[in-house]
Design a protein around this ligand. Sequence first.
Ligand SMILES: [Zn+2]
Length: 429
Amino acid sequence: MGSLSLLPVAGARTEATTQEEQASRVSSRCLEPWTPGALDIHHISTGRGNVAFLVCPDRTTILIDAGALHAASDWGSDEKYRIQPLPDASLRPGQWIARYIARHMPAGRKPAIDYFILTHLHPDHMGGVDLLSHRKIMSRFGGYELTGVMDVHEEIPIRKILDRGYPDYSYPLPLVDPHQRNYRAFIASFLRNGGIVERFAAGSSNQIRLLHSGHGAHPDFIVQNLCANGRVWSGRGEDAEETFPSLDRLEKADYPTENKCSVAMRLAFGSFRYFSGGDMDHDTAYGRLPWGNIEARVARASGPVDVAMANHHGYVNACGPEWVAALRPRAFIISAWDSAHPTIPALDNMLSRQLYDQPRDVFSTALKPENIIATKRLHEIQSGSGHVIVRVAPGGDDFKIAITSNRDESDRIIAQFGPYHTTEKSLNS
Ligand SMILES: [Zn+2]
């Protein structure tokens, strides 16, 4: 790997941006284990793709994405633009993720991931294959190469998978690039071995449920599926509406992209709200394809949240003004692996007091040193390196954010923010 060191920006807060919340620096403490009734959302910093591991109030575990870009060769992107693998390149990103999850599996249950939710079929979200054939490492379950979520499943069993493509993986065109073929071989093997796979159902509020509490034990915990393949929750019951034109009205070159087809969800726990929308964006081809602003549509369906994952890693075509103004989160979290994560316009929007006039904090799992030079306002964000853990107190009335070391497996706390108080929001709007 290159010799560039990642700037340890954690706590890059300046006097000018200090809000009422105090960041307490702790150098020797480690993250306390999850406790029953709390909700933990771990944004794991591998420098190689998105991954969020959730421990729900009743011990239900959810994994949203498990990306893994190889050190070389895949996906037409040059290594020099990428963030170095974290903690290092001695293991594959998916192996580091599995080890992280094993450390944070809640006590009192069998280690397993109840739900794996794939936002869309790109390597930085599901795991990419190594196109240099001499390094292929195959699963012991057979038929597919180990990477990303497949590496996780090799160590910790996944019970159910939800994605945008099952069962035919054919919208808007057959999903058959080498990475997608590998993932589909994994799905086929997973099904043969008794796993359950479903298409992510836009509009549903009971496809993802708590599984380890008695019926009705946590009525205030609801995962609302907002969107998949351009179908967006209408806000009425489980109803969803098509927002993409039918394909027969589009030129092939204008078909919805893989990113635009991302799934999005809003998790509610008491008055706490969390938004996650994969890589959806707002690119309308200069107004020619107005339906392309899918992220604005989805953000309006969501309404305000406390914590939002930045769409598309904060890239130039995502986190637009309408998305920011509709979600108005107290905290943004960017999952970064490239020198353009985040870009200047996306960060400007996230920081804009014109779009909403409340305080907000921004956290990135990692930053490329070159980006810190190019994107000057990165000095205004709270953290630029480390795992970002959102810990919501039982009942959902407040939450804290802890940054832990991504250099090793110590879970040492680098900085803490909050508590932030959640306020009652109407569920829709
Ligand atoms: Zn991505």
